[in-house]
Design a binder for this molecule. Structure first.
Ligand SMILES: Nc1ncnc2c1ncn2[C@@H]1O[C@H](COP(=O)(O)OP(=O)(O)OP(=O)(O)O)[C@@H](O)[C@H]1O
Length: 260
């Protein structure tokens, strides 16, 4: 099968551009974007896994990054986090270029929660949290995630999937990121556990101006809290637009998932 190019696969809900400008477009504000990805080509050992990806997330906004298995969602996040050097194109986070320099990118305020959550299973909840900051940061994290309080002495490996995901988010927030990249938030979680975590992300975006890119397989749940969405297919943007419009048109999303 011929690999589709961005030009022949890309459609958009309301505009003819692949660039999603969630709040800035809706409100007419001109806030500096938190994350801008332009014409990104990235992959492994020189072979592109994503081609011509464009997206933009403003402070306080959530972008749902959707698409079938192997579409290139994780690859996009890795490039945004500075873990993968682009083959071409640009990634700009908080006004500065990101190019394979993960520590500098993290210090600048971009944090990635990987799909395995990156926790230390033999350490307790407190020990996991203390790796990310001091007492003050820990207290603030527990204010946001009070469900962790009774679990502080428990080994992380003994937590439920939902508790582990809360811990992963709480620990990451202790580093005070301004851009949060979350890969497969719902991996291994029950629908109820997902429903419990999603409103917290919306609150975080609204209350702290955090920009979030959320890779999710649960389309409806992701769109329920997102401002905008991008659907990848075979490494290219197949569909992009405001989440509200995409919520109304599930058929368009289904077509994008099948690359039509
Ligand atoms: N380390 C790697 N080396 C070589 N190819 C890779 C590597 N990681 C991913 N790929 C390939 O890159 C493509 C995109 O993978 P990616 O993990 O970004 O997709 P995804 O949308 O996150 O998929 P999933 O939903 O299954 O996690 C796939 O074809 C995959 O096989």
């Amino acid at each position: 099968m011929t690999t589709p190019t961005p030009a022949d696969t890309e459609t958009s809900v309301e505009t003819a551009t692949a660039t999603v400008t969630a709040a800035a477009t809706a409100t007419g504000t001109a806030a500096e974007p938190a994350l801008v990805i332009e014409n990104l080509i990235a992959g492994y050992r020189g072979v592109p896994a994503i081609r011509g990806v464009n997206l933009r997330v403003d402070p306080g906004n959530i972008l749902a990054l959707l698409g079938p298995n192997g579409a290139g969602k994780t690859t996009t996040l890795l490039a945004a986090a500075g873990l993968l050097t682009p083959l071409s194109g640009t990634v700009t986070a908080l006004g500065a270029p990101v190019s394979g320099r993960v520590e500098r990118t993290a210090r600048a305020g971009v944090s990635l929660i990987p799909d395995d959550r990156g926790l230390f299973h033999r350490l307790t909840v407190t020990e996991n949290l203390r790796l990310a900051g001091g007492r003050d940061e820990l207290d603030q994290a527990l204010e946001r995630f009070p469900q962790l309080r009774p679990l502080l002495r428990r080994r992380c490996g003994l937590l439920s999937g939902g508790e582990q995901q809360s811990l992963a988010i709480a620990r990451t927030l202790m580093r005070k990121p301004r851009v949060l990249l979350i890969d497969e938030l719902s991996m291994g979680l029950s629908p109820i556990a997902i429903q419990a975590i999603l409103p917290t992300l919306r609150q975080l975006a609204d209350e702290t101006n955090l920009a979030i890119v959320l890779v999710e397989q649960h389309i409806d749940q992701a769109l329920s809290i997102a401002d905008s969405a991008v659907v990848l297919h075979h490494g290219s943007v197949a569909l992009s637009g405001p989440a509200a419009a995409l919520r109304e048109d599930r058929q368009q999303i289904q077509r994008a998932y099948f690359g039509r």
